[in-house]
Design a protein around this ligand. Structure first.
Ligand code: ZN
Length: 87
């Protein structure tokens, strides 16, 4: 009896957590979609085209280039920031 209870309790906890995390991920994905992130194409120095993104408040910047992944900022983002914020 007690073994069954412990077993089911042990199984339920992680699945609840998984469900919670999955819901959070869904919400986050939906939020990002709803906020209609803006995307800008920026040509890199080697002819590669990178995608710079930001949300509607011009916040949460992102870029697909390796430099942004490495440093969290890059010239592509700066370039778009200048055009969107510089009037
Ligand atoms: Zn970049």
């Amino acid at each position: 009896m007690s073994v069954d209870w412990k077993h089911s309790d042990w199984i339920r906890k992680p699945s609840k957590m998984e469900t919670y995390l999955r819901e959070q991920q869904k919400k986050l994905a939906k939020t990002i979609k709803d906020e209609a992130r803006q995307a800008f194409k920026v040509e890199g120095s080697k002819g590669n085209v990178y995608s710079v993104t930001c949300d509607k408040n011009h916040d949460n910047w992102g870029c697909t280039c390796p430099g942004f992944n490495f440093r969290g900022k890059c010239k592509h983002v700066s370039k778009i920031q200048k055009t969107t914020q510089g009037g």
